[in-house]
Design a protein around this ligand. Structure first.
Ligand SMILES: Nc1nc2c(c(=O)[nH]1)N[C@H]1C(S)=C(S)[C@@H](COP(=O)(O)OP(=O)(O)OC[C@H]3O[C@@H](n4cnc5c(=O)[nH]c(N)nc54)[C@H](O)[C@@H]3O)O[C@H]1N2
Ligand SMILES: Nc1nc2c(c(=O)[nH]1)N[C@H]1C(S)=C(S)[C@@H](COP(=O)(O)OP(=O)(O)OC[C@H]3O[C@@H](n4cnc5c(=O)[nH]c(N)nc54)[C@H](O)[C@@H]3O)O[C@H]1N2
Ligand code: SF4
Ligand SMILES: [Mo]
Length: 872
């Protein structure tokens, strides 16, 4: 059966088949996004379904109840709250990981029938700056290009995107195109030298937040050098004079721009020349551009450069906003953001009237609702009394997360639909609703290049888990809207959505999939990937928009935008500790708040612990070795993480991954530190910049706990991961204490259970015995980072034998080796040994011997770096 990956916005097709009772998954060769390739996350989809705490039944305050009971209760409570405080007192918070069908029903119910405009989505944190930039420039939220354009381009610019890690299959496509056409150039613009940047022909490590200067500087250069397309601009682009006047200011001179961006002038000009010389240029941008107080302007300035040169709507030429989540684009189609209506309609009279008639909606909202950050603020104030969260974990992913938690905890009625009860948001819910997971539900999703793909169910939902659209439909019926919510199958919803996109659409809205409005159930089941629009003019879909130079504005012309100089860099308040600018983002093998990856052992191995990445000078200034516990403080809050060395950071800057929730570590979530600063136009939070102070946290003891369950005693800081190497699973947990000595820890341990304490050179090992076998253990050691936990894990369940114990301990203490290639499970040590002992001198040789980098290839630059270090 064919389906589509549940992780990133590349939207790779997968094939799932049963073999000898086991489900096997592979890439779908027929899917246009990936042509058979998959990255490590995609390949781990089947394993990811073994959720540790699957939510199987509806629960009200922890008590199991039936769906009937849950929905009656929900409808009753909502009706009461709406009766008392009006429809504006209830809200929905949705997710780019829902299907288009889920999303459509949620929006219709709230914006058309309940009459509350407060429906926003985690796409606000992700895509909303790009959405507004598209609307400003093109008149509609339209992504003009397709993935093939990255292969056809002569110059690819990746900015604010760590594509090698976050959209690996697309990056692989790009790399393969570069192998075929070595003349093709790749420029990466990112303050960090990421795995993506290290593979570029040119890396511009610009000062964070200086992107407007970089792109305005480029536009000025293009004008000055006569490298713009005068004829194209004359015919298809408006507001040229305004931009030209702005660009005349001295702050956009190359010298001034180089200073603002903190880049060598020759590198800056090198990029400008490359851009000027290559008509086939694609600029792909992602969160380094969107997640900023200037997100809309930054995206707008990138689009300006493409409009000025007419590089849009042509093969190999476009500005390309890459979407993050598998269905961020589908959410935008149905109006998932509080600032839109369905089918790319706005709140103008005509659109509202059209939508109200199409839906037969009694209470169509009159204007936009709260954007995510404001929505949670309204919740905090009690203006919103009931909130239903579907498919997202706002307690972790919103900025100022402690305040968000407070808001959630105060909420009178918090409903959470999720696949697991083990999320920071779900733990605060009054009503928990069990959602069918990927693999258990059908529907459609749209990827970054507008390709609509079918997600198909191949597993029965466990327990009483149900698709989200079903729960929403049942609620709608209970609230008295049965007639407008007749859905018994996703196909009915999809066809209605498709029909709406074409309803009274004379071409003014380019999002039009009306050719799919009459799909039968069989046709819907058999639907193959299609790139929208899919209508009378484009019955088979459409690769590129704006090919004719006509945009979705009233006069058909695109708009250039004027953006003022970037604001002054963030200042760190005076105080103790090292002042740093904190950046945040993603790791290759984790997905967001880890609910879908944290329990998969092989996805944990390359980065098992929450680490703050710092440059060598910062580490030196702190007196911290890698693995030391650090305390981070900002105006907003505090957090802890382990020190890690990253030579690719600009000095004075640090990077903390966004993934760690309270399920996986004590207070290591980056959003505890971030102020809720947002872009004024899009409301997208500025996740990439916060001023922090960092200091070393001196410890009384620390160590590793290995056991079947998590450590049960309070301890100052901990982080945990699934245990690799133990029969029957278990937990490996890093424990650290600054308030209590190790003797107190031992006294508490030995008071219960059958414990043995064995002194070590620098610490001790405590072993719990049950029926003569090792049940769990605690190794107190000054440097847990260096311990091979998989060796230790082999002790669990084994009988206590002195020789074996000593041999295993020696092995464990001899040092852990980081996993470099997650796909083929090749560690740094294996690679170094192959170089030193077998004399392998080339990446290809290492690939042939060990297999590293031969699947998704994202680790190849690291393999090359290890080789260079050993040889150098
Ligand atoms: N492995 C993995 N892949 C994912 C996800 C995941 O959780 N894990 N999530 C998916 C989702 S929802 C999304 S939105 C995408 C995000 O994909 P990306 O945007 O590629 O990922 P990020 O790591 O958030 O940030 C990208 C880069 O922006 C840089 N940056 C920071 N500040 C600036 C700046 O001022 N200017 C510029 N030019 N760059 C800056 C950061 O250093 C970082 O390397 O990834 C998707 N893919
Ligand atoms: N500091 C910082 N913060 C960030 C970012 C950053 O770069 N830095 N990036 C932001 C971005 S771009 C994004 S997209 C967000 C992501 O942040 P979130 O959306 O909060 O993160 P997820 O972990 O993906 O949450 C999805 C939830 O839905 C559940 N789920 C999975 N499938 C289903 C389903 O079918 N139905 C239902 N009902 N539930 C399901 C999962 O178990 C999980 O709990 O984080 C944002 N926050
Ligand atoms: S690149 Fe994205 S869509 Fe493709 S397999 Fe990996 S996570 Fe899934
Ligand atoms: Mo995202």
């Amino acid at each position: 059966m064919r389906s589509v990956c549940a992780y990133c916005g590349v939207g790779c097709g997968v094939r799932v088949e049963q073999e000898a009772g086991q489900w096997r998954l592979a890439g779908d060769e027929a899917h246009p996004a990936n042509r058979g390739a998959l990255c490590i996350k995609g390949s781990s989809l089947i394993e990811s379904l073994a959720f540790p705490e699957r939510l199987l039944y509806p629960r009200w305050q922890g008590e199991r109840l039936t769906w009937e009971g849950a929905l009656d209760r929900l409808a009753g409570e909502l009706a009461r709250i709406i009766g008392e405080s009006g429809p504006q007192s209830v809200a929905l918070y949705l997710s780019g990981q829902l299907t288009t069908e889920d999303y459509y029903v949620a929006n219709k119910l709230m914006k058309g029938f309940i009459g509350s405009p407060h429906v926003d989505t985690n796409s606000r944190l992700c895509m909303s700056s790009a959405v507004v930039a598209h609307q400003r420039a093109f008149g509609e939220d339209l992504v003009p290009a397709c993935y093939e354009d990255l292969e056809l381009a002569d110059l690819v610019v990746l900015t604010g995107a760590n594509t090698a890690w976050t959209h690996p299959v697309l990056f692989r496509r790009l790399q393969q195109a570069r192998e075929r056409r070595p003349g093709m150039k790749l420029v990466v613009i990112d303050p960090r030298q990421t795995m993506t940047a290290s593979q570029g022909d040119l890396h511009l490590p610009l000062r964070p937040g200086s992107d407007v200067a970089l792109w305005n500087g480029l536009c000025r250069y293009l004008l000055e050098q006569g490298l713009w397309d005068k004829a194209y601009v004359a015919r298809h682009v408006a507001e040229f004079d305004g931009l030209a006047a702005e660009l005349d200011r001295p702050c956009w001179h190359p010298e001034a721009v180089a200073a603002a961006c903190d880049l060598p002038l020759c590198d800056l000009l090198g990029f400008y020349r490359l851009f000027g010389a290559n008509p086939r240029t694609v600029t792909l941008f992602c969160q380094g551009i969107n997640q900023s107080e200037r997100g809309v302007d930054q995206a707008g300035c990138i689009i300006n450069a493409h409009l000025l040169t007419g590089r849009i709507g042509k093969p190999g030429a476009a500005p390309f906003s890459m979407t993050g989540q598998p269905n961020a684009m589908g959410g935008r189609e149905v109006g998932g953001l509080a600032t839109q209506l369905a089918a790319h309609m706005g709140f103008d009279e005509e659109s509202r009237d059209r939508l109200a008639r199409f839906w037969g909606a009694p209470r169509l909202v009159s204007g936009p609702g709260h954007k995510a950050v404001a929505l949670f603020e309204a919740l905090h104030k009690g203006e919103i009394r009931a909130l239903w969260v579907l498919g997202t974990n706002p307690a972790v992913s919103l900025p100022d997360s402690l305040r968000v938690r407070e808001a959630l905890a105060r909420c009178e009625l918090l409903v959470v639909s999720d696949v697991t009860a083990d999320t920071d948001t779900a733990r605060l819910a009054h009503l928990l609703l069990p959602a069918a997971a990927w693999g258990e539900k059908g529907g459609t999703v749209t990827n970054s290049e507008r390709t609509i793909s079918r997600q198909r169910a191949f597993l029965p939902p466990p327990g009483e888990a149900r698709p989200d659209w079903w729960a929403l439909t049942q609620l709608a019926r209970r609230l008295g809207f049965a007639e407008a919510f007749p859905y018994e199958h996703e196909q009915q919803i999809f066809c209605e959505h498709a029909a709406l996109s074409g309803f009274e659409n004379d071409g003014a809205r380019q999002f039009d999939i009306s050719a799919l409005a009459h799909l039968s159930r069989e046709q819907y089941e058999a639907l193959t990937p299609l790139r929208w629009p899919v209508n009378a003019a484009h019955p088979d879909g459409c690769d590129r928009l704006f090919a004719d130079g006509r945009f979705a504005t009233a006069d058909g012309r695109a708009r250039l935008v004027v953006a003022a100089p970037p604001a002054a860099p963030l200042q760190v308040a005076p105080g103790e500790g090292l002042p740093l600018l904190l950046n945040s983002g993603r790791l290759r093998d984790q997905w967001h708040t880890m609910t879908r990856t944290g329990h998969v052992a092989r996805l944990q191995e390359s980065e098992p612990w929450p680490t703050l990445r710092l440059g060598p000078a910062s580490l030196l200034a702190l007196g911290a070795e890698p693995g030391a516990l650090l305390h981070l403080r900002s105006a907003q809050g505090e957090a802890h993480a382990l020190a890690a060395r990253d030579e690719g950071l600009r000095e004075g800057e640090a990077f903390l991954p966004m993934h760690w929730s309270e399920s996986y570590a004590a207070g290591s979530g980056v959003n505890r530190l971030l102020a809720p600063r947002v872009d004024p136009l899009s409301g997208q939070p500025a996740f990439k910049q916060e001023a922090v102070r960092v200091s070393l946290r001196p410890l009384r003891w620390q160590g590793l706990w290995l056991g079947p369950q998590a450590w049960g005693v309070p301890v100052d800081w901990w982080a945990r991961r699934p245990l690799v190497g133990a029969v029957g699973g278990g937990v490996c947990q890093w424990l650290a204490s600054w308030s209590e000595g190790d003797d107190a820890c031992w006294a508490r341990l030995s008071a219960g259970g059958n414990w043995l304490r064995l002194p070590q050179a620098k610490g001790w090992l405590a072993i719990e015995l049950a029926q003569g076998r090792i049940a769990s253990l605690l190794l107190v050691t000054p440097d847990p980072m260096k311990v091979r936990s998989d060796s230790l894990a082999s002790l669990l369940g084994a009988p206590l034998q002195a020789d074996a114990l000593i041999a295993t301990l020696d092995q464990a203490l001899a040092g852990a080796s980081r996993l470099v290639c997650s796909c083929l499970r090749v560690s740094e040590r294996q690679i170094l040994d192959a170089i030193a002992q077998q004399g392998i001198g080339e990446v290809a040789g290492l690939q042939a011997l060990l297999g590293c980098g031969s699947n998704c290839g994202t680790c190849l630059p690291e393999v090359a770096r290890l080789l260079a270090c050993q040889q150098g």
